[in-house]
Ligand binder design. Sequence first.
Ligand code: SF4
Length: 110
Amino acid sequence: MELSSRDLQRLEKAGHRTEDIAQKGQDGIWRVRNVEGHCVLLEPKARKCSAYQSRPLGCYIYPVNIGPEGTIVVDAICPAGASLTAEEMKKKGALLRRHLREIDAQAKSK
Ligand code: SF4
């Protein structure tokens, strides 16, 4: 999951140190760390997110995603996708495009 500076600030404010939960790729983009095959913020036994209130914007937007041809799609493996309305998809799709542009701009500026 890619992270913007705003995601990192919000998570820091909630007590999650950036160096513990994220790593910066060679492309300059911060991403949530994975441990033992899952997101570091997942509590596997409880099967819940330990940062749900401050979770990355991409997690809020999911299961809306951008497909290989740049179209807005819903990840078919997520059962919640079936209940999304066309309006929600449109709103989340627009939000996702803005979010990814922000992340790319931040990566290029550093
Ligand atoms: S919702 Fe929480 S546990 Fe799931 S990927 Fe996002 S940060 Fe990780």
